[in-house]
Write a protein that binds this ligand. Sequence first.
Ligand code: VGL
Ligand code: ZN
Length: 186
Amino acid sequence: MREALIIVDFQRDFTPPDGALAVPQGDRIADRLNDLAADSRFAYVVATRDWHPPDHSSFLAHGGSWPEHCVRGTLGAELHPALDTARIDTILDKGQAGETDGYSAFEGGELAALLRELDVTAVSVVGLATDYCVLNTARDALREGLVVTVDISATRAVDLQPGDGERALEELRTLGAEVVDLSKRV
Ligand code: VGL
Ligand code: ZN
């Protein structure tokens, strides 16, 4: 079984202290992400970027529910500087279509095609945020028939409503994902 690591949206805008849509403690997962990216368990490492046009429909000013964030090409859309990019095989930009939130890294079909080409049958999904892009990416991975693991030591939730992150993990468990803390492996 070949497994890929999908690091979701570990970008400046999703991390304290300066991010436009900072996920609480989102910066704390940097070391875990780097450890995972260096782990020989993974045959392939993909990092996604939320990569919105300036007038994206998910922004408050355009009828959406989020402050402006991750506008393509801006500083806030850059991968977090603490992320070691040496082990990242592919950077995948998502959320470019104007009319959808772009939460899932599988939107558009490019990622599924890439994983098929690489004979990858399992993925670990980590990064930001548990209750949005990690949830939607892991859910779509399950729909694609992949074996899915979510490592809770390497993800954090927005928790707009308290418990959103926990509910997202519960949903993924119910759908068949393995929700684990890989930092506790011996
Ligand atoms: C995300 C809200 C808006 C995420 C992206 O990466 O989880 N959340 N856009
Ligand atoms: Zn977004």
